[in-house]
Design a protein around this ligand. Sequence first.
Ligand SMILES: Cc1cc2nc3c(=O)[nH]c(=O)nc-3n(C[C@H](O)[C@H](O)[C@H](O)COP(=O)(O)OP(=O)(O)OC[C@H]3O[C@@H](n4cnc5c(N)ncnc54)[C@H](O)[C@@H]3O)c2cc1C
Length: 500
Amino acid sequence: MAIRVTPKLFQRFNQITKALSSSPSSLPVLPLNFDEKPESFVVKPEAETGTGTFQRSSSSSSILDFEDTQKLFSTFSNTKLIRSVFNLNMASIDPVVDMGIWVMRSRLLEVPGFRQAILGSVKHSFYEQFVAGKDLKETSQTVEKIYGEGLRGMLNYGLEHAYDNQSCDQNYNTFLNTIESTKFFPPSSVSFVIVKISAICPMSLLERLSDLLRWEKQDPSFKLPWKQNSLPILSDSSPFYHTPEKPDPLTQQEEQDLQLAHERLTKLCQRCLELNVPLTVDAEDTKIQPGIDYLTYNSAIEYNKLGGKTPIVYGTLQAYLKDAKERMLLATEAAKKMGLPIGFKIVRGAYMSSESKLAASLGFESPIHNTIQDTHDCYNECASYMLDKIVDGSGAVVLATHNVESGKLAATKAKCLGIGKENDRLQFAQLYGMSEALSYGLKNAGFQVSKYLTFGPVEEVIPYLLRRAEENRGMLSSSCLDRQLMGMELKRRLKAGFGM
Ligand SMILES: Cc1cc2nc3c(=O)[nH]c(=O)nc-3n(C[C@H](O)[C@H](O)[C@H](O)COP(=O)(O)OP(=O)(O)OC[C@H]3O[C@@H](n4cnc5c(N)ncnc54)[C@H](O)[C@@H]3O)c2cc1C
């Protein structure tokens, strides 16, 4: 089904989301002074301001309360606070991160003595901070703990790319075990199981599918005999530089491999349906994302009809991409016409440097927004649009972000729309070990909040840890607010301990 994003559709979208896009969305720069209170914002809903715009204010009546650190970190032991402050501070020092990244990528990891020493030190620093456990047993303890504190868990075995059917089968079994394990967790403590398509479909095939889908978008007469039901995957503004020439059709072997990939994903979705736990597919880089979206939408069409208004299969939208908003509109409109609830996890995106490098090496403009403000606007607009979809019953969203402004804006709009904790179709989410203040602030404000719990043995989660190291580096990273508030709380406890 071909749906075009007409100027009218865009105009309507822009009207709906104008309120969010007009607000500043970057995290305030916070000094590393534990006495100084962070600037507080209040995002006033339309009803209060009468203008339909969101306003900044220094009032303490913000939807998220970060000022009462005692309440915010009430479930944190002193040890956990000290460890988090230490790890997050180390991760903010560029030379430390550079050195860590160099070591983790170096051949030293292949030298037996060094390997043990390196993995040991990673385990007691970054790993402890960002990884929920080495296996399902340890992870279940983490889930129980955060569930006791009012948060839910998104289970993500830290698998990366697979290159043949044998590894895809192994990865499939790991995902299936993860889904099966949810039977033994406290009811509703697990909000999602995460699946990476590049772990259950060989990488070379995902690249071929993506090339063929791009070519089909450019030339609709180009037929893809293997293509099953899907939602629109690409838009007129999607980049095409990855596919400079007409790709060969899939070989018989590739078609068989595709069938196997479909079967793996379908079986995972079927089990999720039976156990009533939704599945979210992660987004990866643009080279393979069309193939990922194709498989995701195909399963969403089959399974989302079966779970009532709450989708079983969610895709992920990366708001740092220039074509993200347009693709989201096309997919949601098409799903609506099919009477299908659609679910998205919305993120900013974690592959920024590799995306820009690849585009530059091919002599093309980066697919990432030209300014960070454009990314913030895109994130907030897509979030706002999907919140409206919750209200009209056609969509669901996971707002996966560490950005405090995006959290506040969405929380304020959700409150105005009457979407609260009882509604499974809105979930806020942060990575385990990051943005604790935002997670607990949103939970205290009355929303469902999940932690994205990556687990696995230390050597298997190194690519994930490298992405976290990149993300947390620098004094302005999203861990800045946590470092400051946790430091304030430690100081408060110290003073209370000495009766000061
Ligand atoms: C629960 C969860 C699930 C996730 N799943 C995925 C996933 O499936 N796929 C994926 O790719 N990522 C995923 N991520 C990672 C997410 O994309 C990163 O956390 C993201 O890079 C940080 O964005 P933020 O919303 O936390 O905002 P912020 O903390 O405000 O981060 C902003 C960052 O965006 C970057 N940025 C984006 N656009 C620009 C631009 N135009 N110019 C300059 N800088 C820019 C900068 O590095 C900046 O530091 C997930 C995150 C969470 C919390």
